[in-house]
Design a protein around this ligand. Sequence first.
Ligand code: RIB
Length: 292
Amino acid sequence: MITVIGSINMDIVVETAVFPKQGETVFGQAFHTVPGGKGANQAVAIARLGSDVHMVGAVGQDAFGHELRTILQQEKIDDTYVRTTTTATGIANITLFDKDNRIIVVPGANADVTRESIDAARALIAKSDLVVMQLEIPQHTVEYALTICEEVGTRVLLNPAPAENFKAAWMERVAYFTPNETECADIFGVDVESALERFPNQLIVTLGAEGARYYDGEKHVVVKGFKTTPVDTTGAGDTFNGALAYALTKNETLAHAVEFANVAASLSVEKFGAQGGMPQKDAVLKRLGGAQ
Ligand code: RIB
């Protein structure tokens, strides 16, 4: 059983062939509203793979909040600890341009994930095999959740996105830490190799389409990504994190868990929307079976 503590957003997505300059107006090609938020995305990724998932978060008492809660329920994610607050539901303004995305998050109700939210879920956290967190909820709430996880003896996988909310002292408090290359450089201020060597089997750096890497205490391990043709890379990192969490709670080795997560992420980018392409376990196993 996995508990995800994190953000729930509505993604407001615009597809454009031209990225406007400052002060310029251009025409875009398409507009969508789709479910997102790094917390909810990771919870959906885990649930689709077949784990029992519980979400701790917050939405507003507006149409987006209602829709996002319904989606969590449809994905069979327990939403008992998702509060409804008077703040507007969080949104992410996403521009899809040149096969990549630019994202601005307005946290809204995600800022209402508080110490009280964590206290309410304490017994659930204690029963969980793993707690998964990101950094789109308040920094002090993440810090408090780390304290509660320590008190009840539950391991934490922390995906430090966005990295600006990270505190270096947290490294001693997490079992797994999964920045991308940019986040790794921002957080540690050294090259990836040096950072990895400081945290063997704990720091896993994602490399986008190139896969992911970690240091096993003796050597650097690069687990290559599965080559595919992406439709939308939004949520690929969340799929990786969700699948990694899933595999680690099934007692897979880190090498196998990273390979499984890479393949899940490769499937996720083949469809539109952060959650649109997140795979079921069978699809991952099928592709893994054929992986080079
Ligand atoms: O990681 C992708 C997610 O980041 C999007 O779904 C968006 O909501 C932002 O949180």
